[in-house]
Ligand binder design. Structure first.
Ligand code: NDP
Length: 263
């Protein structure tokens, strides 16, 4: 079972999560419910996914106490601005039918620096009020992160695309985040299902007796990131969660790291 990771504001976050992008309607309620049954405690949604209502429904249907579930949702850039961000947050809470969010993220930095900064100040206010237990960002590069750090309130998390095929590109951000105690959440950790068939991944999978998905998810865990794979299939939801009872060797990690140089 995954443990919990301590964030830079002392809150704790599960070390593994369930992504819900592209899950809608009853399929979303069903798959999210399955994830909770299997043991996932971190759920990732966003206003733009159009499924906050369904994710909230799955939480209500589950016997797991609210405080044991860690729910992330995100502010879409169309809602940038201080007041609009606060309103967007309230609407997300209403759709989820929750009293608070565990982690609220700015979904994308977009170009408008002033509005982005106003939005960040709105998130800081939400954190101060305890309506968002933790706040963070997503798809932020180093200069965006620096801008946020200069505001005097550090993001707890930066959620970025992270899988072996994008490793070299994302490495500077990963290192910057580590240096500043910002946890990296790995989105699209299965490279959206592509790339699980490469010879390197298949070789390691055969040698370790783990599936290709488990191999790349374990790789993300060993890079100290929190992966949030999505699946609409119960057996894959279970498969993806089983990555805490084995370890990849340094050589295997290196081979996976190098996939980004050859693809
Ligand atoms: P993933 O890398 O999680 O891949 C999902 C795809 O892989 C689906 O097509 C799924 O198919 C397939 N899959 C799942 N498990 C397996 C398996 N064991 N073997 C083979 N194929 C598998 O992609 P996502 O882009 O969905 O990323 C995960 C989450 O990250 C999102 O759901 C979302 O919550 C978040 N995200 C955040 C973004 C951001 O901007 N902050 C951007 C993109 C994603 P099937 O469902 O049919 O099983």
């Amino acid at each position: 079972m995954p443990g919990r990771v301590k964030l830079n504001n002392s809150e704790k976050m599960p070390a593994f999560g369930f992504g819900t992008w592209n899950l809608t309607g009853s399929k979303c309620v069903e798959s999210t419910g399955e994830a909770l049954r299997v043991g996932y405690r971190l759920l990732d949604t966003a206003r733009i996914y159009g499924n906050e209502t369904e994710v909230g429904e799955a939480i209500r249907q589950s016997p797991i106490p609210r405080e044991d579930i860690f729910i992330t949702t995100k502010l879409w850039p169309n809602d940038f601005g201080y007041e609009t961000a606060l309103r967007a947050f309230d609407e997300s809470l209403e759709r989820l039918m929750l009293e608070y969010i565990d982690l609220y993220l700015i979904h994308w930095p977009r170009d408008d620096k002033e509005k982005r900064q106003q939005s960040w100040l709105a998130l800081v206010e939400l954190a101060k009020q305890g309506l968002a237990k933790s706040i963070g960002v997503s798809n932020y590069g180093i200069e965006h992160l620096e801008e946020t750090l200069n505001s005097g309130f550090a993001p707890a998390v930066n959620q970025i695309e992270f899988h072996p095929y994008i490793y070299e590109e994302q490495r500077p951000i990963l290192e910057f985040c580590k240096k500043h105690s910002i946890i990296v959440e790995a989105y699209s950790p299965l490279s959206q299902g592509h790339g699980l068939n490469s010879i390197t991944v298949r070789d390691i999978s055969e040698r370790t007796g783990r599936t290709p998905a488990q191999v790349v998810l374990r790789w993300a865990v060993q890079h100290d990131t929190i992966p949030i794979p999505k699946s609409a299939h119960a057996e894959r939801i279970r498969e993806n969660f089983k990555v805490f009872d084995f370890e990849l060797s340094t050589d295997d990690m290196k081979m996976l790291d190098e996939l980004s140089l050859t693809h």
